[in-house]
Design a protein around this ligand. Structure first.
Ligand code: BGC
Length: 328
């Protein structure tokens, strides 16, 4: 090649390289948001990773908070990682990357499907213990589960409806994600609890995609399609908040019994102002702490127990004081 075409060739190659490199960085950042606020402790004992369902989610932030507290107390280097928005495919890729990075332990939300089961197997095979948190996958070889007994939590939802309503009840469910095991278990528990009470019927279930706006849209659709609905049940942490907005938009004067999930401050405010009747409290800070403690034990010994249920209970207006956060 003579000098001019050579120069053109090199310039084009450099431009192509720089463009793809920038795109890789940009899309890589958009896909995985890896958060590592805590500085790396000197001479840390272990390096654990916590994989959340999505980063900017108040419920998962509380799990992170608890996990960080336990990590600091025990000189653990903890990485909090998650897809930006809930996405199973991306969660699986993160999981695989952490196995390759040879961390000392992986604490992760459990997700549906054989690929998750296979990754747990791969991790255990390479000597990296796995704890499922918030959502269990019993069919996997995970060393332990830490979190709510989700089936029982669903039963509690049923109990509030049975105890606080009379006459025919038509239930519309707004659920986080139809493919999330914990959401399925909550709905199963609810069904089981109301089964002996034929006056209570579930008429339809829609997804919120674990967003407030999704819950508002789902509520709108439910009430439009099934105007007979007089009970709304939310099964993930932003559903109750979104359902109230949806109800106010479509039928502001309608009497609807509403149950939510979790104790985010906005949900508690809505209970205080009589817009939500009850919520099922989970204790995410406790889950985070416990998961790190169990992971430390797993580094040193074989555990006899492999299910660590954190507390779950019904909260109604009387239980909700002026404080917010993890109400007891
Ligand atoms: C569930 C989590 C979910 C969160 C969504 C919680 O109730 O336990 O699995 O990620 O709601 O905000």
């Amino acid at each position: 090649m003579s000098t001019t075409p050579k120069r053109v060739f090199y310039t084009i190659s450099i431009i192509i390289f720089l463009t793809s490199f920038t795109a890789m960085l940009y899309y890589g950042y958009k896909t995985f948001y890896i958060k590592n606020e805590a500085s790396i402790p000197d001479n840390y004992t272990y390096h654990f990773a916590l994989i959340a369902e999505e980063t900017e989610n108040d419920y998962w932030r509380l799990i992170e908070q608890g996990a960080r507290e336990a990590a600091e107390e025990n000189n653990i280097f903890l990485e909090y990682v998650a897809p930006k928005r809930a996405d199973n495919e991306q969660l699986l890729r993160l999981f695989d990357r952490l196995i390759a990075a040879k961390v000392d332990g992986i604490i992760t939300q459990g997700i549906e499907g054989q690929r998750f089961v296979d990754l747990v197997h791969k991790s255990i095979e390479r000597g990296i213990p796995v704890i499922t948190i918030d959502t269990d996958v019993k069919s996997s070889e995970r060393n332990a589960y830490v979190g709510t007994d989700n089936y029982y939590a669903g039963q509690l939802t049923g109990r509030t409806i049975i105890e606080n309503t009379t006459g025919e009840q038509y239930v519309g469910i707004v659920t986080g994600r139809l493919d999330a095991i914990n959401q399925q278990q909550r709905i199963e528990g609810l069904k089981e609890e109301i089964a002996p009470h034929p006056r209570i019927q579930i008429v339809a279930t829609l997804e919120s995609n674990i967003t407030r706006i999704g819950a508002t849209k789902a509520t709108y659709e439910l009430l439009k399609e099934h105007p007979e609905i007089n009970v709304l049940v939310g099964t993930s942490s932003l559903d109750g908040i979104g359902m109230v907005t949806g109800l106010e938009e479509i039928a502001p004067n309608k009497e609807v019994y509403i149950t939510a999930f979790d104790v985010l401050p906005r949900t508690l405010d809505l209970i205080r102002s009589n817009k939500i009747d009850a919520t099922i409290a989970q204790y995410p800070v406790e889950m985070g702490k416990k998961s790190v403690k169990v992971m430390i034990e797993l580094q040193e010994q074989v555990l006899l127990d492999n299910e660590f249920f954190t507390e779950t209970r019904i909260l109604e207006k009387n239980d909700v004081q002026q404080s917010s956060g993890e109400t007891r």
